[in-house]
Design a protein around this ligand. Sequence first.
Ligand code: NAP
Length: 172
Amino acid sequence: MAKLLYGFSCSVDGFIAGPGGDMSWLTPYLGPDQLVDELIPEIGSLLVGRRTFGGDDPHRGDPEREGKAFGGGWEGPQVVLTHRPAAPVPGVTFVDNLVGAVTAAKEAAGDRYVNVLGADIARQCLEAGLLDEILAMPVPVLLGDGVRMFDHPGGKPVGLELLRPNWYRVVR
Ligand SMILES: NC(=O)c1ccc[n+]([C@@H]2O[C@H](COP(=O)([O-])OP(=O)(O)OC[C@H]3O[C@@H](n4cnc5c(N)ncnc54)[C@H](OP(=O)(O)O)[C@@H]3O)[C@@H](O)[C@H]2O)c1
């Protein structure tokens, strides 16, 4: 059974996007990366938030990589969680509820991981007890503002168990 993994690149201060969803801060750090290389073959499907889908791309301006998952380094089924589906896109399924989207993404992933893309939907997966693991891939920059990898003002601590470097299991 597929597991739900929240895998993301982030600044050292824990942002996955800059103000307004800007992703240009990540562009200088794209390229060979041990953690990304480890992750990609383990992904069976993507569960994508609507702001991530169609949002900014660190590969912006590169015609060969822009708009592709992991800059074209990964291909496969994507499930987009949204209240407002876009025009049909090959390989992309639009689902309007969390449980339905997670179920569809898990079925599509087979025995590999569903990688969750988007902080809002990752938080909802966590709150619903559906998130299994977290992989944080920091790059050496501070942003100070933007979209935090996890934002839950007033929330309680969430326990994590280290499985391998940068890779955690969510303790339930
Ligand atoms: N650094 C990285 O590795 C990385 C990875 C992924 C994303 N990002 C960045 O993170 C930013 C997006 O993250 P985010 O947290 O702002 O947004 P998000 O999780 O990508 O998307 C949130 C949106 O998804 C839809 N949605 C959420 N829950 C839903 C539900 N239960 N049912 C139906 N639709 C639902 C809503 O859009 P609608 O109501 O409009 O449908 C909501 O506004 C982008 O800038 C993206 O580039 C960075």
